[in-house]
Structure formats: structure tokens, C-alpha cells
Design a protein around this ligand. Structure first.
Ligand code: FAD
Ligand code: GLY
Length: 381
């Protein structure tokens, strides 16, 4: 019997694989997307913040430039996904307010503000009173705020549904299976083996398996991406749609701990998240739920009135320098799109563009040039 064949197999259907498959199909390629549970990994757990400014970290200026470029792509990307899928993604330009709970947190926020201002980022220092004028639900004790008008949000769960539908509209075939191996012939990718024992022949494979991207059989050890799971526990609460507690994302710094509160248009509120090196552990702990609610309530006391609907853990695909690995790999025909750590939703548009460009033989967008898969040396053991 003849083996099934396509141009590209995408391994993994989180936001990165789904968007890459859709964009590759728009290039005229025949695409098969393989994932037993598309959209249910980190992309489901995430908060959907598109926050290059309030999530900036010291020493990550190159990543900041990438994040800012992807944030600029979001309005056009959201419109195209909605148009091709016929489904909403709720891209909301509501900005983000970072608030400091006590004097120590105020000093930390002031330092962050100096760093952000030095980088030329659009961010404004507010007194506690000014912050409360923006968000009346803030606690009276909030000491100061940083207003970042360009840090927005998208409804990440709507996004995965819309990307699946947009892919379908472009004839992306979805197989609800695991990819068990990558097959090679003559030193290049020639196909994939699937969990049901069948195979597909193809000219290219896009490895977008999130935190599992580092463990696919058949990929040479030096080519497998150095990706690890970084656990995040996160909560979803329900409130009245007609009287939302917050109208924009609030990030709190509470005795040095970070917490974020992301309000959706339907009155619900996402509260996150822990950052834990815990391997492939998806359990939810009482301590994490307690800590998130305690810190959220410290900056927005009204949180205690909401209904706790969901507690969940997700695994971020972490990389050694917190940046993604996107582009052609050392195995001809294997394209990597992984390691997006805390910014995978934000980086979806630019990553998908880069994957499609690579498959079509074009250069990746300039902002991704420093994030090629070959930047990590293979350590001899
Ligand atoms: P995933 O969404 O994890 O998808 C990987 C997919 O690969 C899964 O569906 C899985 O089933 C599949 N897979 C694995 N192995 C195989 C195989 N062998 N064969 C076939 N399929 C396979 N980012 C932001 O930008 N903003 C945020 O606000 C934000 N908040 C976050 C909050 C939390 C709590 C967490 C955990 C993450 C958050 N992130 C956020 C990060 C973001 O969620 C991730 O960077 C992003 O979802 C990664 O997408 P992905 O497609 O690479 O991985
Ligand atoms: N970017 C938010 C998180 O990873 O929790």
C-alpha cells in the first residue's frame, strides 16, 4: 500500500503549531498537523497577556525587541485569524497597570521604571491615588503604579479554537495522534512515525511540541532543542459581566512576589501564576492556590467575592536563555518552533511568519535572527 504523503507535518497543536500550520497552508503547502489534544497544553493554561513592557527582564534586551515586534503584529494577526476562522479571539487593547503593595515593592517598581524608561519604553509612573483613579477596585494601601498603555491581551482559549478553524479552512489535516519519531533518509527528514504505528512521508517537519520538544525519537541528540517544562499554576474566577471588578490587566508586586489579574470581557478573571522547576508535574497545590489568592486579594480586595471556577497547572516550554528557538535546524528538513517560555501567546504571529518563511525558502523576520536553534552549543558529557 502506498504511504500517505504531504509537504509538511507539524508536530504539536498548541498556539505555535496551530498558527504555523495555518500560515504554511497559506503558502500553498499541503500540511498535516498531528496532536492528540490540540490547544490543551500551555496554550490552554495561559493568561493571554501580550505584555512586552511589564514582563521585561534585565539582560533580555534582544528578547524585548522580539516581543515588541510581535506585539506590533497582533492587531493584523488577530483580524486575519478572525476573518479566516469566522471566530472571535477577543484581542483587547486595554493596557496594563502594575502596582506596588508596600514601600519595598514601591522601591522595586521604581527601579523597574528606571530600567524601562532607559529602554525608551512607553510607561508612566503613577501615585497610588492616580492608580486607584484608573482602577477603583485597587486596595487603598497600594503605594504606586506603572501604567503601560501598550501591553494588551487576547483570549488564548478562543485563539486556539480560531486557529484550528482557520487551519481547517486552508485544508490543514488534523490527526489526533502522537508523533512517535521523525524518520530520515540520506541525512534529511523524510517522514514521521505515528502513535498508531502508521507513517507519513513528508519533505519537512515542524517541531512545535511545547515542553515535549526535546524528546522526539529519531532527531539527533545535537539537534534536539534544550527545552524543559517550567510549571505555572493559575486560577480562573467568575464575576458579574455587567459589573467587572477590573477593566484592564493589573500586575501586583506583593512583598517581592509577582501576581497578575487579567479581566475578560465576560466578567471572569484569570489570576496567575507560579513559576516552578518541577519537571512534568501538573498537580495543583494548596500552597500555590493560597499564595495566588492572598497576593491578588492584597492588591484587589474584591477578588474574595468572586467564584473560584478553575485551578490548573501548565508547563511552559523553557529554554536556557528564555528566548524561543525558531528556524531551520541542523537536520535538513526539520524546522524548530519551540522554547517560547512565558511569551508563547505574544510570539505566535512572528513565529508563524518565520516558520512559513523558512518552509517557503525565505529568510526569517530580522527580529528572530538571534533566536535560531543553533545558538546553544552541544555540551560534551
Ligand atoms: P503547547 O501549548 O504546550 O502545545 C504543545 C502541544 O504539543 C500540545 O498540544 C501537546 O499535546 C503536543 N505534543 C507534545 N508532544 C507531542 C507529540 N509527540 N506528538 C504530537 N503532539 C505532541 N504566554 C504569553 O505570551 N502570555 C501569557 O499571559 C502567558 N501566560 C502563561 C501562564 C501559564 C500558567 C503558563 C503555563 C504559560 C503562559 N504563557 C503565556 C506561555 C505560553 O502559554 C507558552 O509559551 C505557549 O503556550 C507555548 O505554546 P506551544 O504551542 O509551544 O506549546
Ligand atoms: N507570561 C505569564 C506567565 O508565563 O505566567
Amino acid at each position: 500500500m502506498e504511504r500517505p504523503r504531504c509537504d509538511v507535518v507539524v508536530v504539536g497543536g498548541g498556539v505555535i503549531g496551530l498558527a504555523s500550520a495555518w500560515r504554511a497552508a497559506r503558502e500553498g503547502l499541503a500540511v498535516v498537523l498531528v496532536d492528540p489534544e490540540p490547544g490543551r497544553g500551555a496554550s490552554w493554561a495561559a493568561a493571554g497577556m501580550l505584555a512586552p513592557v511589564t514582563e521585561v527582564h534585565y539582560g533580555e534586551e534582544a528578547l524585548l525587541a522580539l516581543n515588541l515586534a510581535s506585539a506590533r503584529s497582533w492587531p493584523g494577526f488577530a483580524a486575519e485569524v478572525e476573518e479566516e476562522s469566522g471566530l472571535p479571539v477577543s484581542y483587547r487593547r486595554t493596557g496594563t497597570l502594575l502596582v506596588a503593595a508596600d514601600e519595598g515593592d514601591r522601591a522595586w517598581a521604581a527601579e523597574l521604571h528606571r530600567f524601562q524608561a532607559g529602554l525608551g519604553l512607553e510607561v508612566e509612573w503613577l501615585t497610588g491615588r492616580e492608580a486607584r483613579a484608573l482602577e477603583p477596585a485597587l486596595a487603598p494601601g497600594v503605594r504606586a503604579g506603572l501604567w503601560a498603555p501598550g501591553d494588551h491581551q487576547v483570549h488564548n482559549r478562543e485563539l486556539v479554537g480560531a486557529l484550528l478553524a482557520a487551519g481547517r479552512a486552508r485544508e490543514v489535516v488534523h490527526l489526533p495522534l502522537r508523533v512517535s519519531s521523525v524518520e530520515t533518509s540520506g541525512g534529511a527528514v523524510s517522514g514521521v512515525g505515528l502513535g498508531d504505528g502508521t507513517t507519513i512521508d513528508c519533505g519537512a517537519v515542524v517541531l512545535a511540541a511545547g515542553c515535549r520538544s526535546g524528546e522526539l525519537a529519531g532527531v539527533p541528540a545535537g539537534v534536539l532543542p534544550p527545552v524543559r517544562p517550567v510549571k505555572g499554576q493559575i486560577l480562573r474566577l467568575r464575576g458579574p459581566a455587567d459589573r467587572p471588578l477590573l477593566s484592564r490587566t493589573v500586575r501586583g508586586v506583593v512583598q517581592g512576589q509577582s501576581v497578575y489579574l487579567v479581566p475578560r470581557a465576560d466578567g471572569s478573571l484569570v489570576i496567575g501564576a507560579t513559576v516552578e522547576e518541577a519537571g512534568f508535574d501538573l498537580t495543583v497545590t494548596a500552597g500555590a492556590v493560597y499564595g495566588l489568592l492572598r497576593d491578588a486579594q492584597r492588591v484587589v480586595p474584591g477578588v474574595s467575592e468572586l467564584v473560584l471556577e478553575e485551578s490548573l497547572a501548565g508547563l511552559r516550554p523553557g529554554s536556557p536563555d528564555n528566548g524561543p528557538l525558531v528556524g531551520p535546524s541542523g537536520l535538513p528538513g526539520l524546522v524548530l518552533a519551540t522554547g517560547h517560555y512565558r511569551n508563547g501567546i505574544l510570539l505566535t504571529p512572528l513565529t508563524a511568519e518565520a516558520v512559513a518563511a523558512t518552509l517557503a525558502g525565505r529568510e526569517v523576520p530580522g527580529e528572530l535572527a538571534g533566536f535560531g536553534p543553533d545558538r546553544f552549543p552541544v555540551l560534551a558529557c
